[in-house]
Design a protein around this ligand. Structure first.
Ligand code: NAP
Length: 332
């Protein structure tokens, strides 16, 4: 256990905040030994989805449980069991090297494997749930290792049981993923197709991964250079009756139907219409290439970034009547 530790290097916003107590865990037994955790605690993975608005007056438990094991294999698929503390992108790279398909569209997403199911990470038409089999997690009240299957995780759009009923209840230790030995490619998002065509490379899990990496590095700030937490807001899912009214007023607004009654709108587009892209106040700003990403240019305070996020929220609500929900966890 360490005291008064800086969190600057431990989360991707790179804010100058510290935690009262810090410990890292590499095994299930080490987690169990820490129980019961103090009321103020935080399970930290890659720190890529959180905004500290002030110092953390509690215990940070850093999940560093490692390992990738092949659990099952048949003609067409493999089942792997991965430690929650593994770095997500390194897992993607490993899978591509083995020829296991399924994660290539999720290349370069910052964060850890254990955090991936919490918000059902997704990009370019693929979500974690598409390859998810089950997970193991320590119940922080009982200390027991529980297995939660697909249904138990109640995945939704950037959502799961861990953001709702089971919030704060578990530490995710291992994630089981079912990957394919015969690739079926998902290039439904136009940007991937365009990059592949321009590079004239044949379709493969590696070429898709390279295309995603290329797009992401062009459009998204590298957290090592400019602090950020990826998309700050979720794309809103809105009733089609509301969408129809908005489309009359804003015919160029992108709309992605979800089922019969609802559609997904692009939060980045809504924010962009209000001229926020490239905005900067002190060291808090909105990324120049992507209006959905808030950035710390160096010495911003978390409270300044949160104030900016709330200003953006209010302006989108005023113009479009839509309340954007943060995707990032706000630690107030
Ligand atoms: P984009 O291409 O500018 O598109 C804007 C939004 O429209 C995206 O968020 C995406 O929703 C939606 N969209 C675009 N094409 C679509 C299609 N063919 N079908 C359904 N929905 C479509 O998006 P971007 O901001 O550059 O991001 C590209 C991908 O990377 C997206 O999937 C995005 O979610 C993902 N990403 C995630 C994060 C994060 O922190 N969570 C950060 C950066 C990028 P979806 O978001 O639902 O895909």
């Amino acid at each position: 256990m360490e005291e008064n530790i800086s969190l600057k290097e431990l989360h991707t916003f790179g804010l100058n905040v510290q935690t009262a107590q810090y410990t890292l865990v590499e095994t299930e037994a080490q987690v169990q030994k820490l129980l019961p955790l103090p009321a103020a605690h935080l399970i930290l993975g890659g720190g890529s989805n959180m905004l500290f608005t002030k110092d953390f007056e509690g215990l940070v438990v850093h999940n560093k449980i490692r390992g990738i094991e092949l659990v099952e294999e048949d003609e067409k698929t493999v089942l792997i069991r991965v430690g929650g503390g593994e770095v997500w992108h390194l897992l993607v790279v490993w899978c591509i090297e083995q020829g296991y398909a399924g994660l290539e569209n999720l290349s370069l997403i910052p964060g850890s494997v254990g955090a991936a199911p919490i918000q059902n990470i997704g990009a370019y038409g693929v979500e974690l749930k598409d390859v998810f089999d089950r997970l193991e997690a320590i119940n922080l009240s009982t200390g027991k290792v529980e297995t939660l299957n697909f249904e138990a995780c109640a995945f939704g759009y950037r959502d799961s049981i861990f953001k709702r009923k089971a919030k704060g209840k578990y530490l995710i230790t291992r994630v089981f993923l079912r990957l394919s030995k015969e690739a079926t490619f998902n290039i439904s998002y136009g940007a991937i197709q365009q990059v592949l065509e321009a590079s004239q490379t044949p379709l493969s899990i590696r070429s898709i991964s390279n295309a995603v990496i290329k797009i992401r590095t062009q459009k998204l700030p590298d957290p090592k250079k400019i602090g950020n937490s990826g998309s700050f807001f979720k794309n809103p899912i809105v009733e089609n009756t509301v969408v129809a009214l908005l489309q009359k007023k804003y015919p160029s607004m992108p709309v992605y139907p979800i089922g019969n009654d609802k559609s997904k709108l692009a939060a980045g587009w809504l924010i962009d219409q209000l001229g926020w892209k490239g905005y900067r106040k002190g060291d808090a700003g909105v990324h120049e290439q992507q209006a959905l990403v808030l950035v710390n240019y160096g010495n911003a305070k978390g409270s300044e970034i949160w104030a900016l996020a709330q200003e953006i929220q209010a302006s989108v609500q005023e113009k479009f009547g839509i309340l954007l929900e943060p995707e990032v966890n706000i630690l107030a």
